[in-house]
Design a protein around this ligand. Sequence first.
Ligand SMILES: CC(=O)SCCNC(=O)CCNC(=O)[C@H](O)C(C)(C)COP(=O)(O)OP(=O)(O)OC[C@H]1O[C@@H](n2cnc3c(N)ncnc32)[C@H](O)[C@@H]1OP(=O)(O)O
Ligand SMILES: O=CC(=O)O
Ligand SMILES: [Mg+2]
Length: 518
Amino acid sequence: MIEIRGSENRQDELFTPDALAFLVELDRRFAGARVDLLERRRRRRTRLARGAERLGFLPETAAIRDDPTWRVAAPAPGLVDRRVEITGPPQRTMTVNALNSGAKVWLADFEDATSPTWENIVGGQLNLIDAREGRLDFVSGAGKRYRVGDDPATVVVRPRGWHLVEKHVVVDGHPMPAALVDFGLYIFHNRETPYFYLPKLENHREARLWNDVFCHAQHLLGIPYGTIRATVLIETITAAFEMEEILYELRDHSGGLNAGRWDYIFSVIKTFGADPDAVLPDRAKVRMTVPFMRAYTELLVKTCHKRGAHAIGGMAAFIPSRDTAANERAFAHVRVDKEREASAGFDGSWVAHPALVPVCRDVFDRHVGENPHQIGRQRFDVDVTAEDLLDFASAGTEVTETGVRNNIAVALRYLRAWLGGTGAVAIYDLMEDAATAEIARCQIWQWLRHGTRLTDGRTIDHELVAKLLDEEYTAADAETEGRDENLARAGNLFNRMALQPDLPEFFTTRAYATYLAR
Ligand SMILES: CC(=O)SCCNC(=O)CCNC(=O)[C@H](O)C(C)(C)COP(=O)(O)OP(=O)(O)OC[C@H]1O[C@@H](n2cnc3c(N)ncnc32)[C@H](O)[C@@H]1OP(=O)(O)O
Ligand SMILES: O=CC(=O)O
Ligand SMILES: [Mg+2]
C-alpha cells in the first residue's frame, strides 16, 4: 500500500503504477535493514562518546584489507575520465548550466545542496528525465535561452542519506527512506547510466545495504548485473577506518571514493563532541593541509589506487565574486586546493561553479596528461595510522570572535535559505550547504560545551553567544523587508541545534519534520 501525499505539477509522470510498485518493493525489502543500521549507528556513537570504544581499523575485516588480489570493477562508460566534476542541485537552469559546463561529470545533488521540499524533489527528478529526453529547452523570464548542448557531462545522482525520510511517500503507513525514494525514482526512469554518489555512510555495513539494494533493483528492472556504479563519499570519521571494506562491499558496483571534507569535519565534531582534545579551531583554520585532514585524503588515494578505483577530491568552498580582488583570491585558493589533490594522486575533483571548471581542468590536465586518470599511481609511500586520523589537535586551537560570529551569521542565513527551499547559497563569497551549516552550529555547541577560550582570553559562554546571536539576527533581519518568518524559524532552530546541553544528530532531520513536511 503506497500513498503519495503531495501534489506537484507533473508528479504523475514520476509515480506511474509500475514506478509505485517498484518503490513499494524497495521499501518492503530494505526499510527494516535501514532502521537496524541507524540503531547500530546510535549505539556506536554512545560507546564512542563514553570512551567505551576507541576507533581503529576493524580486526574482524583484516582479511579483506590483507588480501592483495581483489579489485573493483573497471570504470563504467562515461566514468573513465572524471578530472572535473561539477556539483549542484538539479534545479532547472542549473541542470542545463551544469551539463554544459565542460565538466566530465555532474553530481546532481539531492543531499547537501538541496532543501528537500516536495517541490524540489519532484522537480529535480523531472529535470533529470527532461534532460535525458532532450526536453530541457526553454527561455527564462529574463529572456535567456537554455538548451543542453552536444557534449553534456555524465550525470551522477546523489540521493539523500540513510538518516532522512520522505514524508510525502508513505508505504504501509510509514514514510519511506528518502534514500530509496531518490534512488528508486531515478533508476526507474533512467536505466542506461544509473550512476550514484552515496553520502554520509558511517561504515561498511551501510555500503553492503546499498549493494543489496543495487542487486535487487537491477534484477527487478532487468538491468545487467554491475551496470549501477556508486562512488562513496568518505565523509564521516568512522568510514575513514573502513575505506577498503566499503570498496569491497560494493566492488562490482563501485565507482571509487570521494573525500567529502565538510561533512567529515562535521562528523569529527559530532562524534567527539564531548572530548576536550577534539575541540577544533575556527572553521577557516581546519584546512585540508592540517595533518588529520591530510591523513584521510592520503589514505583515500592509497586505498583507491590499490584496488583500481577512482579517488575523487572534494569541494573548495571559494566561489566567484563580483569584487575583483576577492575573485582573484577565490580562483587562487581553488587552484592551490586542486594542485594539492592532483599531486597527491586524486583522479579528479569537485567544483561548485561553472567558472571554476577550467581551473580544475588545467590542474588535472597537467598531472594526468593524456591519460584519463592516474589510478595506476600507487601510493606505497603513504603510511597512515589510526593515531594520524584521530590527531585532531593537529588543527591547532585558535578560536576567535570572528570565527564564532561567522558561524552564527552563516548558520542563521543558511537555515533561512534552506527553510525557504534553497539548499546551496553564496554567503560572504563562500559556498554554503547543509554540511557547512552543520559545522557552523556544531562548533558553537562544542565551544560552549567546553567553555573554549578565545585568543583574546575571553571564554565562549552563553552570554557571549547570545550577544553575537542578537547582533547577527538583527543584521540578517535588515536584509529583508517586513517580518521574515523563515529567519524567525532559523533562530528557533539554531537555539535547539546549538545552544542546548545535547547535540542533535542532524539539523536536517529536525527541520524537515518541524517545518518542511508539516
Ligand atoms: C559539501 C558539499 O556537499 S559540496 C556539494 C554541494 N554543494 C553544491 O553543489 C553547491 C553548488 N553551487 C551552487 O549551488 C552555486 O554555485 C552557489 C549557490 C554557491 C552560487 O550560486 P549563484 O549565486 O547563483 O552564482 P552566480 O550568480 O555566480 O551564478 C552564475 C550562473 O552560474 C550558474 N551556476 C552557479 N553554480 C552552478 C552550479 N553548481 N551548477 C550549475 N550552474 C551553476 C547559475 O545558475 C547562474 O546561471 P545563469 O546565469 O544562467 O542564471
Ligand atoms: O559532500 C561533501 C562534503 O564535503 O560534505
Ligand atoms: Mg557531504
